[in-house]
Design a protein around this ligand. Sequence first.
Ligand SMILES: NC(=O)c1ccc[n+]([C@@H]2O[C@H](COP(=O)([O-])OP(=O)(O)OC[C@H]3O[C@@H](n4cnc5c(N)ncnc54)[C@H](OP(=O)(O)O)[C@@H]3O)[C@@H](O)[C@H]2O)c1
Length: 338
Amino acid sequence: MKLVLIGFGVVGQGLAEILRDKADDLRQAYGFAPRIIAVATQRRGTLYHPDGLQIDDLLASIGKGHLDHYPAADGLKRNWDVQRLIRESSADVMVESTHSNFETAQPALDYCRAAFDSGKHVVLANKGPVALAYSELVTHAERLGKKLYFESTVMAGTPSIRLAMEALAGCRILEAQGILNGTTNYILTQMENGMPYKEALAQAQSLGYAEADPTADVDGWDAAGKALIVANAIIGKPLTLAQMTVSGISSLTSDDIEAARRAGERWKLIARVTPDGGSVAPTRLSITDPLANISGATNAITYKTDLIGSVTLVGPGAGRLPTGFGLLADLLSIHRSA
Ligand SMILES: NC(=O)c1ccc[n+]([C@@H]2O[C@H](COP(=O)([O-])OP(=O)(O)OC[C@H]3O[C@@H](n4cnc5c(N)ncnc54)[C@H](OP(=O)(O)O)[C@@H]3O)[C@@H](O)[C@H]2O)c1
């Protein structure tokens, strides 16, 4: 399997590291021997070699700040335009991990279209295209006999998508309710421990959980983007951001936290999707609810089904290796289906 990686930041490098470190295991256990043949970034160049790129050299060159540091080799093409790299490289699969854009899903959506049109399967960590254009992508992939996978978009490599689409296939999923943003859950956990909101946010930023501009997390938009993916792909409810009610945690006070505690409850930022719609809102949950006991940056999702009741999955929702693993799981699915 030959891969073109579009985006080579935290997630793209995480996948590369996993493919390097697990190469022997993957070959022995699954007969799986993927090769990265092309890599694209926005400002740090692009590379393509039809025979494959050396992962150590890729990581070393990006570590020095630019793919131009990659050693010269016969047949190596540098700085091709991203669209050309997708359309003209001989890759079998495009792995897309550029920034998530919840307004237009671009340019990633056009990258997906180009990948399908040039005969490639698509694996996404980028949430934008799945959140905004799921049915178009599925139709496009099916028409051309290609695969579309996106495990990493919700709860990183914790298999929230596979659980619903594969392990629970045959059940109807009546409702999905989850803690889908680690930053806000970390802040709420610290507030439970007595820390004021502003201090908890600053701590989340210093630990690398929250961005310098934390709006997407604390105002609920990141969780809403993931809820859209769950709505469209799992519940089968075509939903847009404009149709969702979204509120975040920034107005919660220490008094609110204390009042909930006295009532045997905890505040959580809950993303909820049903066949009728979706929402993201701070919600008081009884401490007997499995989601009430998820602390720190951990994520969780509960699927309520018609046949087996509720199933809750708990695990990491971000990070280099957890997200890289989600991409690996998708690549293995493509490999197994070949
Ligand atoms: N990090 C996580 O834990 C996590 C978890 C789940 C999902 N995700 C999703 O995965 C994606 C990547 O996250 P990340 O943390 O790896 O971000 P990141 O470290 O900022 O890396 C993004 C990469 O995409 C490249 N890029 C941006 N725009 C591009 C464009 N138009 N064409 C080509 N390359 C472009 C960047 O290029 P430069 O190197 O030149 O900046 C960079 O290499 C995001 O959509 C994120 O929402 C991340």
